[in-house]
Design a protein around this ligand. Structure first.
Ligand code: ATP
Ligand code: MG
Length: 446
């Protein structure tokens, strides 16, 4: 993409309404525009990162054997009356009527609808296990929408639902989700720690939240600092292997890590004092096992091996896809702007032409742009007739992890400069070497 033809409405001034750094940077980098409290338009740069995150979520769900569907945003109230949640959900649910006076609502989550799909089409234990998921807009009329996309009213969420014959199978589905979520966050360059949590209005017994540690997080968390040393990394995972998934869950949840709702001072006191931490965290996902809470009242049953009909065991599992942009920025920025992890960056590299209009520099940038593209890398080429300082400031603000600087002086020696946004370190090399280096870096990104 050539910057002169792109739509990147960066702001010079720091917007006063934004209280936290991720919100400020998303506004300044021209990623989002607020349209009403907690409701945003996604501008090209923000939309590109949202799509990157969404793609990683889809890829990891597919790897875990989960199947994508799409359910409507507007749902009939009658379904929610069957579970009792139409009345229970309270004011966070946005309700409306159509022209025939039928009650509708904007989906805040979708347990009822997915259970309705299941009961209409699945009747035998032979069709299990089954996990259906979607990535869809949700609406919750939050009392205090704030912090930009972190706590929106309209937000983008991955919500998945498992259907199993037995509790044991459903707990395997729970473990599978935990493992696939760990992989998902690691690919985004994030450490999200599973912490024992409270189940809230979804209901149920077993639940973990995934928290990214950040001072601006809305959750209070307590943990053993050793938990921050554990990584999934590139290990081979067989999602059908119950023992392996269970072992990974145990590895990641054996140490103390809880949100304030389940925090227990007595148990925490057993953690060696120098490892006891209390901090703030951003909830980027949550998994639940809730058994037959929805399948029983809604008649989602299957014929079991012995011929009797039994309600299925279920769980639901969510990832805050739009909130993740804020969480990633909170975890990865400096005073100049965003620093995107390679896994989610909107462009693989930026090209800065130090002397726009100079025939040699222009031609070298065009050739570099074409070579990156041929290598499968998408560059943002700053071809504006602007000062070098302004071009650097824009690149730093929007946070592309790699920048290639091209100017007449370097070209005379046959080199360009490759700069890491994270370390600020620069290295001179031939344009071909820069392309090769970037190809290598991105090939190594999970
Ligand atoms: P919170 O406690 O932050 O209100 P929740 O526990 O009610 O969230 P879940 O029902 O677990 O949310 O939804 C799954 C995920 O969706 C959450 O882990 C979070 O990342 C994201 N999410 C929830 N509410 C919002 C919101 N208002 N804006 C953006 N993302 C949200
Ligand atoms: Mg939650």
């Amino acid at each position: 993409m050539r910057l002169s033809r792109y739509f990147l409405p960066v702001l010079k001034e720091t917007p006063s309404e934004a209280q936290i750094v991720s919100h400020r940077l998303m506004l300044r980098a021209g990623m989002i525009k607020q349209q009403a409290a907690g409701i945003y338009s996604w501008l090209p740069l923000g939309f590109k990162v949202l799509r990157r995150i969404e793609t990683i979520v889809h890829e990891e769900q597919a790897r875990a054997g989960h199947i994508a569907i799409q359910m409507p945003i507007l749902q009939p109230a009658d379904l929610w009356r069957e579970s009792g949640r139409y009345d229970d959900y309270g004011q966070e649910m946005l309700r409306m009527k159509d022209r025939h006076e039928r009650d509708l609502l904007y989906t805040p989550t979708a347990e009822e609808m997915v259970t309705d799909i299941f009961r209409a089409h699945v009747g035998s234990y032979k069709d299990l296990p089954l996990t259906l998921y979607q990535i869809q807009w949700k609406f919750r009329d939050e009392v205090r929408p704030r912090f930009g996309v972190m706590r929106g009213r309209e937000f983008y969420m991955k919500d998945g639902y498992n259907f199993d014959l037995t509790k044991e199978d459903a707990l395997h589905a729970y473990n599978r989700h935990l493992v696939s979520y760990l992989r998902t966050y690691e690919r985004m360059g994030l450490q999200a720690i599973p912490m024992r949590a409270d189940s809230g209005p979804i209901g149920g017994d077993d639940t973990h939240e995934f928290l990214v540690l950040a001072e601006t997080g809305e959750s209070e968390v307590f943990y053993d600092s050793a938990v921050t040393d554990i990584r999934l990394g590139a290990r081979e995972i067989d999602y059908d292997d119950k023992a392996q998934c269970q072992a990974i869950l145990e590895e990641f949840t054996a140490l103390y890590a809880r949100t304030d709702e389940t925090h227990d001072e007595a148990v925490f006191a057993e953690v060696p004092e120098e490892r006891r931490r209390s901090a703030r965290g951003i909830e980027v996902g949550q998994i639940f096992y809730f058994g037959t809470k929805y399948s029983e009242p809604m008649g989602a049953t299957v014929v079991g091996p012995d011929g009797a009909r039994v309600p299925v065991h279920m769980g639901s599992h969510g990832i805050g896809v739009s909130r993740l942009l804020g969480a990633i920025i909170e975890a990865s920025h400096d005073d100049k702007g965003i620093i995107w992890p390679e896994g989610v960056t909107p462009f693989h590299a930026g090209i800065v032409n130090l002397k726009q209009g100079d025939a040699g520099a222009d031609a070298a940038c065009e050739a570099l742009y074409a070579a990156l593209s041929a290598a499968g890398l998408e560059a943002l080429y700053d071809d504006r007739d602007a000062r070098a300082g302004e071009k650097f400031a824009t690149m730093d603000l929007i946070g592309l992890p790699w920048r290639i600087t091209v100017g007449p002086r370097g070209l005379a020696k046959g080199v360009v400069e490759l700069t890491s946004r994270r370390t600020g370190e620069s290295e001179e090399m031939s344009p071909e070497a820069a392309v090769a280096r970037l190809s290598e870096i991105y090939a190594g990104v999970l």
